[in-house]
Design a protein around this ligand. Structure first.
Ligand code: PRT
Ligand code: ZN
Length: 285
């Protein structure tokens, strides 16, 4: 049986979270500074450590079967691959920015102006959609310094906190694309490889689901159980066990973290006590 070849970024903003994801899925492999390839000890996978820009092309060509890459890079390079899953990390946006002192009127500001970027395709598509003609200067790094050195009047760059723009005297004026890390896969995977990808996605789903849920335990007077379980339905239904103290029960259930605080208030108002909230490591429903 041949191993699933998985391309991940060698070092950079995607690598730590990519490695963490596979570790949380129980897939063990060595990571070393000088390593270009590593075979997992307990899952039929070979990991290839690459520059993020090369990952979409390698997955398209089948050098790798799957890969993790930013949506910004995938769309910029326009490679023909499948998106297997959005992974929710390395979130960022691609934005247009101008010097802070510019009194920005709207996108028409860029008509006839020059813009420095490492994302010419995404930028061109956006400007065309808006009917704006601008000169695009392609530069591969430190885009944010372009206006300061007179190379361009604006920039189109990746922003996450906004700190880089701020410290270079720039302000964000248009958000043109939102991105997160994606798992991509080759379009012509063999049946055998597809089975491996499915089993990998099954594990990733279990990890992601666990991260978005909490296990909640609490004590409640028996008369209030119905009020409380209305807001904590659980996976199938909550578990209710009697306490030694007459008239009280312990309720156990699983809650989505996003609903959590609102529901905790309702439970407290209904008489819940001793509420414990516990992280879940894996969740398979
Ligand atoms: O060496 P290699 O080619 O593999 O890596 P790289 O240097 O090209 O990419 P890397 O590691 O910087 O980013 C990999 C991916 O992470 C990107 O393609 C995005 O999908 C995602 N990502 C998330 C980011 C950022 N956040 C980010 N903040 N990529 C880049 N930045 C840079 C941005 O270019 C700017 O210089 O960080 C600066 C802005 O950050 P803030 O926080 O100051 O706004
Ligand atoms: Zn890169």
């Amino acid at each position: 049986m041949s191993n699933l070849k998985i391309a991940i970024q060698k070092s950079g903003r995607l690598s730590d979270d990519s490695i963490k994801l596979f570790k949380e899925c129980g897939i063990k492999f060595e990571v070393g500074k000088s390593k270009l390839k590593s075979t997992s000890r307990n899952f039929p996978a070979d990991f290839l450590f690459l520059r993020d820009d090369d990952i979409p092309g390698y997955v398209e060509d089948g050098v790798a079967d799957v890969g993790i890459v930013g949506e910004n890079v995938l769309v910029e390079y326009g490679k023909d691959v499948d998106t297997a899953k959005a992974l929710g990390f390395s979130k960022c946006r691609l934005s247009l920015a101008v010097p802070r002192e510019v009194d920005y009127p709207g996108i028409e500001y860029f008509e006839g102006k020059s813009i420095a970027t490492s994302y010419p395709n995404l930028l061109k598509k956006y400007l065309d959609k808006k009917g704006v003609n601008a000169q695009i200067h392609i530069i591969s790094g430190s885009v944010e310094i372009a206006p300061g050195i007179g190379l361009a009047e604006g920039v189109c760059d990746i922003v996450s906190t906004g700190g880089t723009l701020l410290s270079n005297g720039l302000k964000e004026v248009e958000e043109i694309f939102q991105s997160e890390a994606l798992m991509i896969s080759n379009k012509g995977l063999s049946d055998e490889k597809r089975v491996l990808l499915e089993s990998l996605l099954f594990r990733i789903n279990a990890v992601q689901k666990a991260q978005s849920h909490k296990y909640v335990l609490l004590n409640a007077p028996n008369a209030k159980i119905d009020d409380i379980i209305r807001v904590m339905p659980g996976m199938r239904s909550p578990t209710i066990t009697p306490l030694k103290q007459e008239g009280w029960s312990s309720i156990h259930s699983v809650l989505k973290e996003s609903d959590f605080w609102e529901n905790i208030e309702t439970m407290r108002e209904a008489g819940a006590e001793g509420i414990l909230v516990i992280p879940i490591e894996k969740m398979i429903s």
